[in-house]
Design a binder for this molecule. Structure first.
Ligand SMILES: [Zn+2]
Length: 184
């Protein structure tokens, strides 16, 4: 159970604000996670993003270069509400790597099972060479776009004293996330 960093009050795990002083709970960045948590987190992100990329690339029977990994990186960063650029870079790199690994596993695995040598008959054009070589840069771009489109966490509501009246001391007892209604 987490504690408020301002007043030390015990808070529920899913609390967005301290129930005592209203301080917003900081979102978990990789800086606040242990090595084990980071590893598990980015393996899961990489796996989900990798399989999402495979799904996108199999929808169209054509070579999409880095586009599947690019699109799923942005989507996963948005879904995970990653607001920290370092974290979103880690997420994008994990997804790109897992996509490559899963895709390679499928292609080579198929070749292994069917006992047919894998050969690539492909004379690339110059723009294809450039597209392939610039693929890692697109991971940075995806990480940047992902962070930009991810909405900020809701701010703690500001409760103003009634006009003309004395400011009243108050405690926010609950913050109803669904209705955005403040109960005091
Ligand atoms: Zn507090």
């Amino acid at each position: 159970m987490p504690y408020c960093r301002d007043c030390g009050t015990k808070m529920p795990d899913d609390a967005l604000f301290c129930p005592n002083c209203g301080r917003p709970v900081e979102e978990k960045t990789s800086a606040s996670l242990s090595l084990k948590e980071i590893t598990v987190r980015y393996i899961i992100i990489g796996l989900i993003g990798g399989f999402l990329s495979i799904t996108i690339s199999s929808l169209l029977n054509t070579n999409l270069y880095f586009i599947p990994a690019f699109l799923s990186s942005i989507l996963i960063i948005y879904m995970y509400r990653i607001r920290d650029f370092k974290d979103s870079l880690l997420a994008a790199f994990s997804i790109y790597l897992f996509y490559d690994g899963i895709l390679g596993g499928f292609i080579l695995g198929y070749s292994f099972i069917s006992n047919v040598p894998y050969e690539m008959v492909w004379l690339p054009k110059l723009w294809e060479v450039i597209l392939y070589a610039s693929s890692p840069i697109s991971a940075f771009v995806a990480a940047y776009i992902g962070v930009k489109i991810t909405p900020e966490k809701k701010k703690a509501p500001v409760v103003l004293p009634p006009k003309g009246g004395k400011p009243q001391g108050g405690v926010i007892y609950s913050y109803d996330q669904l209705s955005s209604e403040v109960k005091i």
